[in-house]
Design a protein around this ligand. Structure first.
Ligand code: KG4
Ligand code: ZN
Length: 347
């Protein structure tokens, strides 16, 4: 009888569940998004997100279990992402997981969402991805880690203001795309000229700082579109080619920063493998340019498969690492919404 884990994910605005076998097989996976609920606000509203998770979580779990066609006896543990994320959203997932643990008498395993984004890079590969640089580029995070093992992470640096995905989404709003506009902006960028607009690459000239800053880049886009000091986009008329050109120029500026710091992290740590996950890692141009630069360095870049870049519960497969050694969490566990800099669960 194949043992499986049921993994839950509700850190931000996706409610997801997955059933993953001990052999790595994905027996079922469902993701319920909430995009239309947040569109009017041009960003995720935490209270709305938590309420939507509450409505979706049981139907999503139910659908996933039906898809997987498993018996409750097969479940070795219930895994749930407990950090980092929006407090209300995290609580819904954790409470659902605890409820199932009590009802079915199963152990609980907490998953770190950021680590899981990196772990997703190794799914379906025969060899371990560790040690590596872990690079999470999402709507909430742009962070570089030194990862010695699945339970040994040191934060090397991250964004000091916006995350890359957040900057994509905010510039997309300026360009008239509905939220979340990152993927739509990326699509239009394919027909634009990356050099049409001259935009800054913040912090790129100092390789000793493994940090990112996208706030000033966003402002630079605004100034080039509506003029310095002006806020009003209502009178802005951009023809489709200029919209594509700005999309391409902005995207290239973000990618240059991401690639520059990724390479700097590899040089600084002398690690020659980098694993990249998170929503922005689905960006084709980013994948292409980082692959080129890492190859020049003689290193290896491993991206999560595009469908596992954005939030999902399959990456909760990481919990198997703990289940195998019977390392479970207490039902008294609480959520940890903030980012933890260093994690070493074993010496
Ligand atoms: O990892 P994710 O699903 O959620 C977080 O944990 O934040 O990432 C979502 C982010 C959004 O900001 C979205 O616009 C961005 O990833 N994103 C992209 C692309 N696909 C998703 N940004 C640029 N290019 C893409 N192809
Ligand atoms: Zn994420």
């Amino acid at each position: 009888m194949l043992k499986v884990i049921l993994a839950l994910e509700s850190t931000c605005d996706e409610t997801a569940a997955a059933v993953i076998g001990e052999d790595g097989s994905i027996l079922g996976s469902c993701v319920a998004g909430q995009e239309e609920l947040h569109q009017a606000f041009e960003g995720v509203v935490p209270e709305i997100a938590a309420r939507a998770h509450l409505e979706s979580i049981l139907p999503v779990i139910d659908r996933t279990l039906r898809k997987a066609g498993i018996e409750v006896q097969q479940i070795a543990a219930i895994a749930v992402a407990t950090q980092p994320g929006l407090p209300g959203s995290l609580l819904v997932g954790l409470c659902a997981a605890k409820g199932l643990c009590i009802a079915w008498n199963k152990p609980l395993v907490a998953v770190n969402h950021i680590h899981a984004h990196v772990y997703a890079c190794g799914l379906g590969r025969p060899d371990s991805i560790f040690p590596c640089i872990g690079f999470v580029v999402s709507g909430g995070h742009t962070h570089l880690y030194r990862c010695e093992a699945f339970d040994h992470w040191d934060l090397l640096g991250g964004t000091i203001d916006d995350a890359a995905g957040e900057a994509f989404d905010k510039v997309a709003v300026m360009l008239g795309f509905p939220f979340p506009g990152g993927p739509r902006l990326a699509k239009l960028a394919e027909s634009g000229n990356e050099r049409a607009f001259s935009l800054p690459r913040p912090l790129l000239d100092d390789p000793s700082r493994l940090e990112f800053s996208f706030s000033g880049l966003k402002t630079a886009v605004r100034y080039q579109l509506v003029g310095k000091g002006k806020q009003d986009f209502s009178t802005l008329h951009l023809d489709e080619q200029r919209r594509a050109d700005m999309s391409a120029s902005f995207q290239r500026a973000v990618i240059d920063c991401l690639v520059g710091k990724a390479i700097a992290a590899m040089k600084q740590t002398r690690l020659n493998r980098i694993c990249i996950g998170g929503g922005v890692a689905a960006n084709q141009r980013f994948r292409e340019l980082l692959n080129q630069s890492v190859a020049k360095l003689g290193g290896e870049a491993i991206f999560a498969s595009p469908e596992l870049c954005t939030d999902n519960a399959v990456m909760g497969a990481m919990a198997w690492e703990k289940v195998r050694v019977h390392e479970f969490d207490s039902l008294e566990l609480d959520v940890t919404p903030g980012l933890v800099r260093t994690v070493r669960t074993r010496a």
